[in-house]
Design a protein around this ligand. Structure first.
Ligand SMILES: Nc1ncnc2c1ncn2[C@@H]1O[C@H](COP(=O)(O)OP(=O)(O)OP(=O)(O)O)[C@@H](O)[C@H]1O
Length: 412
């Protein structure tokens, strides 16, 4: 086994891409590729490098950390480099420069440069690729398909059977175990594929558009099943998709790629509320953001709000109400105090909202909760980080978040 590097960060990171470039040349010419790397460093574009040197830049300077037990989605238009980056995670694609480090809780192995024995070991125990359509074998039974990987790895028939049965139960296909895959519907076949993926020991699953050929309803159902399996089995999943709704639905982290580069990476709320450029904004524009937005992504920080005076922040658009963060009190212009109600959960179904009261909710409250409180109370909503009130949310803030035009930087 290869020497491994220990890092404190390995405790949480399952997989880290560090400064990864992946370049292709038809004849694999080392000199063309090294000139292309130089051109890349000088700022050459993908088109220029392809035209000048016949080298395709699949991935350029990708940095991404995937945390243990999360589903991370690589998104982007066709040709943006998603599959190329994904395939580098088990060295199906050779990394031209940079490292792809896989952590095991105490140490990292660079899969891009480790020796062959280590690579085989990593592929067997740590990281496995789930291909588009799962590559099922139609002439084998469902059970045989689920246990196929185990068979290759020399598990005994009894052990294979036990594991396969466990996983088939997880995806609700127990009674189909002896059927041939070709006898199942498309959605059921995908479920066999999921069971097979989860039957491997590997704790990192690489999934390349596994649901892309399915109709929308089945696709949604399988996304739910994947989320459910993930919650129970806690695998780390890197999932390629070009569908923003799928990415937002299943991803706890999303990396958006364009022309080989990761141009934005972060939790779904962050991508929706602060797209870095028009390319990301275009993806986001076509989805329904409401279920994903929360108070944190919608609020305006108190520090950027207009003030009555040194102590008092203007609460509403008319300037009639003010909020004093030191005393945590709301008053109107006549000095009369307005009731402030704290509401700590995201469930307001039982709450009798009082008109004229100001409500305060945590940063994790959904936009739906904030909007209902705003509407029913007739007052802006204050937002707390758990220890103090840090922001407020009025109509314009919510509209700004929904339309993707942030208000925070434009206030005052
Ligand atoms: N083995 C290869 N040899 C040469 N070029 C390649 C190879 N693999 C990928 N590429 C090129 O790298 C670029 C990125 O391709 P990649 O398949 O990663 O994109 P993608 O974002 O996954 O696209 P899609 O959504 O269409 O699958 C493309 O220009 C592609 O032609």
């Amino acid at each position: 086994m290869e020497a491994v590097r220990t890092e404190p960060q390995a405790k949480t990171a399952a997989l880290s891409f560090k400064n990864v470039d992946i370049l292709f040349h038809r004849n694999n010419s080392a000199s063309a590729i090294s000139q292309a790397v130089k051109r890349l460093d000088e700022g050459g574009t993908r088109e220029q490098i392809a035209a000048e040197l016949g080298v395709t830049v699949g991935v350029a300077n990708a940095n991404l950390e995937i945390r243990r037990g999360e589903i991370s989605v690589l998104m982007g238009l066709s040709g943006s480099g998603k599959s190329t980056l994904l395939r580098a995670a088990n060295r199906l694609n050779k990394v031209t420069r940079g490292s792809v480090e896989i952590g095991n809780g105490t140490a990292f192995v660079d899969i891009a440069s480790c020796d062959d024995e280590t690579l085989r070991d990593m592929r067997r125990t740590r990281v496995t690729m789930v291909f588009q359509q799962f590559g099922l074998l139609p002439w084998r039974t469902v059970r045989e398909n689920v246990s196929f990987g185990l068979e290759l790895r020399g598990f005994t028939p009894n052990a294979r059977r036990k594991i396969a049965e466990e996983k088939l139960e997880l995806v609700g296909l127990t009674r189909w175990a002896n059927s041939y895959v070709s006898e199942l519907s498309g959605g059921m076949q995908q479920r066999v594929g999921l069971a097979r993926a989860f039957a491997t020991d590997a704790d990192i699953l690489l999934m390349d558009e596994p649901f892309s050929a399915l109709d929308p309803l089945i696709r949604r159902k399988l996304q739910d099943e994947l989320l459910d399996l993930q919650t129970r089995l806690k695998k780390t999943i890197v999932f390629v998709s070009h569908d923003i709704d799928e990415a937002l639905r299943i991803g706890s982290n999303i990396a958006i790629m364009r022309e080989g580069r990761i141009i934005q990476a972060g939790p779904p709320q962050e991508i929706i509320s602060s797209p870095v450029d028009d390319y990301v904004r275009d993806f986001v524009r076509h989805m329904n953001p409401l279920p994903l937005l929360n108070a944190a992504s919608v609020m305006r920080l108190l520090e950027v709000c207009p003030r009555w005076d040194e102590n008092t922040i203007q609460l509403d658009a008319t300037g009639y109400y003010g909020f004093n963060p030191v005393t945590a009190t709301v008053t109107d212009r006549t000095g009369t105090e307005v009731a402030l109600q704290y509401h700590d959960t995201d469930d307001i179904s039982e709450l009798q909202v009082i008109s004229g009261c100001v409500y305060c909710v945590p940063v994790t409250a959904s936009l739906n909760t904030v909007a209902l409180l705003r509407q029913k109370s007739g007052m802006p909503v204050l937002i707390s980080d758990g220890s103090q009130i840090i922001g407020l949310c009025d109509d314009a803030d919510m509209i700004g978040a929904i339309t993707g035009v942030a208000r925070a930087s434009k206030v005052n």
